[in-house]
Design a protein around this ligand. Structure first.
Ligand code: TXA
Ligand code: MG
Length: 336
């Protein structure tokens, strides 16, 4: 056990636990004692706490500096466990869960009356998902708790895709991180309101509108913009490194970076083409498609800070498939 008896007190140093049976066992013990433990999912690392304990969940808000009205996603081991936090599962939710769980889809359902309202940000609904990561699933099974887990970053920062990212944001205020390596998808889950007859996308993410049969026909406005007001988290500043970000048009990343570098700015580039050695540009990551960009984006934004660039140029991708989620996050990062 951690020697600090009080969770979330500055000065504690999180333990890095390996994702084997003993690490998962220790993480589960800590969670059952009301502590905060970060764990990997297929999307990003989550900062976990017992979703049924108001005290434990309050610790998440304190550790992240998260606004109290921004609800948390609760992770459960399988569809039957939804009833530990949700009052009902609608036919629509059951259908979506059967198709996409375990996976990067969060379903908003009516909350159980006894679920602490600190978990739901004061709402009578709860977002719930079954993550598709063997370490997360094992932890949920061994801890035998529904785990509230927002992305394990300080509020406003890029989401963490490695255990190191978690430690650099929260190492002083949480008990432990389970190290499952880099996450596969790299952007967060899709949040869908599943209380009605038709799914309403509240946040774009790993399960795409195309996969949900909700993509707008070409030429028509996507409903996403109108829908987002319903997801409290989308109101806040998000995903921002401490370096300004600009988004270049698809295919124009290197060109935009070269222009900025010619003006004497030390530029970091995330694009489809790397800069040459003598361009004076730090190529932070290259990618081939939207999935690749999703997987490297948050890490590249964090590395931009370490390299000390003055501006990050990220080349955009088409707003289709996971490209919608990536462009949503990029616009927020660029809005600073
Ligand atoms: O992939 C993910 O979703 C990651 C991993 C750890 O599961 N988690 C994550 O959590 O991204 P977080 O807290 O960073 O984002 C949760 C989003 C927020 O936009 C929040 O407002 C929305 O989900 N949300 C949660 N519960 C909700 C509810 N009851 N109604 C509407 N939106 C909800
Ligand atoms: Mg987040």
């Amino acid at each position: 056990m951690d020697d600090n008896p009080v969770p979330n007190v500055a000065g504690a140093r999180a333990r890095l636990l390996s994702a084997d049976a003993s690490g998962v066992g220790e993480a589960a013990t800590l969670l059952r004692a009301g502590r905060l433990v970060a764990f990997p999912t297929e999307t990003v690392y989550g900062l976990g706490a017992d979703a049924t304990s108001a005290a434990a969940v309050s610790g998440i808000f304190e550790a992240k500096g998260r606004p109290a009205d921004n609800p948390l996603i609760v992770h459960v081991a399988d569809i039957d466990e939804v009833f530990r936090v949700a009052a009902t599962i609608t036919p629509l939710a059951r259908e979506l869960a059967e198709q996409w769980w375990p996976g990067p889809l969060t379903l908003v359902l009516p909350a159980r009356p006894d679920l602490p309202r600190v978990t739901t940000g004061g709402l009578d609904s709860v977002g719930v998902r079954v993550p598709a990561h063997p370490v997360a699933l094992e932890l949920l099974k061994v801890a035998d708790l529904p785990l509230a887990a927002p992305s394990a970053n300080r509020s406003g920062r890029p989401s963490p895709t490695t255990a190191h990212h978690v430690l650099s944001d929260l190492g002083d205020v949480i008990s432990a991180v389970l190290d499952g390596g880099a996450t596969r998808i790299g952007v967060e889950s899709t949040v869908v309101d599943a209380r009605g007859e038709r799914p309403v996308v509240l946040r774009e993410g790993g399960v795409t509108r195309e996969q949900l049969g909700l993509a707008a026909p070409a030429g028509e406005t996507n409903a996403a913009v109108a829908d987002t007001a319903a997801s409290p988290g989308t109101r806040y500043r998000h995903y921002s490194p401490n370096v300004p970000v600009v988004v270049a048009a698809a295919g124009r990343g290197l060109k935009v970076a070269l222009d900025a570098a010619a003006g004497g700015v030390f530029v970091g580039l995330v694009g489809t083409e790397p800069a040459a050695d003598d361009d004076g540009i730090a190529t932070l990551a290259t990618f081939g498609n939207a999935e690749d960009l999703a997987a490297v984006l948050y890490d590249a934004l964090r590395r931009a800070e370490m390299v000390g660039v003055e501006l990050v140029v990220v080349e955009g991708v088409a707003e289709a498939g996971v490209g919608r989620a990536v462009m949503d996050r990029l616009r927020r990062a660029a809005a600073g």
